[in-house]
Design a protein around this ligand. Structure first.
Ligand code: NIG
Ligand code: FE
Length: 399
């Protein structure tokens, strides 16, 4: 097994492994002038260069800071078509929800995506995933949800599968918006046909639902999440984006991995998340792009919740192609400290995907890490509009 000793690291900066909540999100370990030994894709040892095992091949990192690879726990990176006309309408005052209610928005992405082949979808998604990885993402969740029908949903998930190993993808089946007619039958078919079929083909590890006035009710969401659990899948939710209609409380009750968005969450939803093991995933790109209120990141951490950050990369509400930018925006828009934002984008993002083998730099963790351009890790949350990440390593190998 090849061993590599990474040397000349100005600072190695990491949260502790596993989900971190409340004040513990600020507890980073910062080790100056250090070396790190990797073998078989896993971190084996971290310590002073002088104490390192001598027979490993050396990789000099040039005196820069090293942080864990970022984990993007929420993307819709597979879509066809564009939303450029929606964008122009929105900046002139037409609300996102009104565009959706008129049959545009998500429904227009569904028409374009439904007409695309798996190969088309793979070709469209690849440069987006490449951009996320260049920005520091070493694992990324990708959702379906733009399928016009079940076959189109399955094509989206097959496109994710084609790119899964190359980019470290975690696939989620998203039940996004109901058909305009026959929604009760649709929910039944999701529970009895789509979910079992996805499980049979191993196409997703979790099911997500958009719980919102313009999408699914709490009762419909409950039925879908129950079916997911019955078939052994994890659950997560898009909730409280525009209105807090009870999705967050339901997700906490059912033990969902995460609730994502939370822009409209109030004290009751914050308390429910703080009392649960469900991760609160905030998506500050949506605040920037739609001009929505920011999710209450500060209040969630103060209450003791575990907060994660994602890009929500999608054509309608968050055309954010950088996981590092999402981290940096969480500091500005949701009032996380830089340390909290690093924890939110690493171990807590891993927890939002049900993973505990990554997100921290410690013996036994996957050797997914970033060498920055700077000797000071704080350039990661500080930088806007340029890339502070110099090299991305997955399992100890530069990509
Ligand atoms: O996370 N709000 C629901 N779904 C996506 C948006 C998808 C779209 O606008 O195409 C979101 O914001
Ligand atoms: Fe989303």
């Amino acid at each position: 097994m090849t061993e590599t000793l990474f040397t000349n690291i100005s600072q190695l900066v990491t949260p502790a492994p596993g989900m971190q909540r409340g004040a513990a999100m600020r507890d980073l370990t910062v080790i100056p002038d250090v070396a790190m030994l990797v073998s078989g894709g896993v971190i084996r040892w971290i310590g002073p260069r002088a104490d390192a095992p001598s027979n490993a091949q050396e990789h000099d990192l040039g005196g820069v800071a090293v942080v864990p690879g970022l984990i993007d726990p929420h993307t819709h990176a597979v879509w066809a078509g564009d939303r450029l006309a929606d964008f122009e309408a929105r900046v002139q005052g037409v609300p996102y929800e009104e565009i959706l209610a008129r049959g545009g928005g998500i429904r227009s992405s569904m028409r374009a995506t439904g007409a695309a082949s798996v190969d088309d979808l793979v070709a469209l998604a690849r440069p987006r995933l490449e951009a996320l990885r260049d920005s520091g993402a070493t694992s990324m969740e990708v959702k379906s949800g733009y399928g016009m029908d079940f076959d189109a949903e399955l094509r989206m998930l097959q496109a994710v599968r084609a790119l899964q190993t190359e980019y470290g993808l975690v696939p989620t089946l998203l039940i996004h918006v109901p058909p305009t007619e026959g929604r009760a039958e649709y929910v039944q078919a999701v529970c009895h046909d789509l979910i079992p079929g996805v499980v049979r083909d191993g196409l997703a590890t979790a099911v997500d639902v958009f719980t919102e006035r313009e999408a699914f009710t709490v009762a419909e969401t409950r039925a879908i999440l129950q079916a997911a659990k019955t078939h052994g899948l994890q659950t997560k939710l898009h909730a409280d984006q525009f209105h807090a209609i009870g999705g967050t409380e339901l997700a906490c009750e059912l033990g969902a991995l995460s609730v994502d968005h939370l822009e409209a969450s109030g004290p009751a939803q914050i308390a429910a998340l703080a009392a649960s093991d469900t991760v609160a995933t905030i998506l500050p790109g949506v605040t920037l792009h739609l001009g929505l209120p920011a999710a209450p990141g500060r209040a969630l951490i103060n209450a003791g919740a575990a907060v994660a950050v994602g890009t929500d990369l999608n054509p309608g509400s968050s055309p954010v192609f950088s996981t590092q930018l999402a981290l940096a925006l969480a500091v500005r828009l949701c009032r996380l400290t830089p340390a909290e934002a690093l924890t939110a984008s690493t171990v807590n993002a891993a927890a939002a995907l049900g993973l505990s083998d990554r997100g921290a730099l410690a013996p036994g963790q996957r050797a997914d890490f970033l060498a920055l351009h700077s000797p000071d890790w704080r350039d990661l949350p500080y930088t806007l509009g340029a890339n502070p990440v110099r090299n991305v390593f997955v399992g100890g190998i530069p990509v």
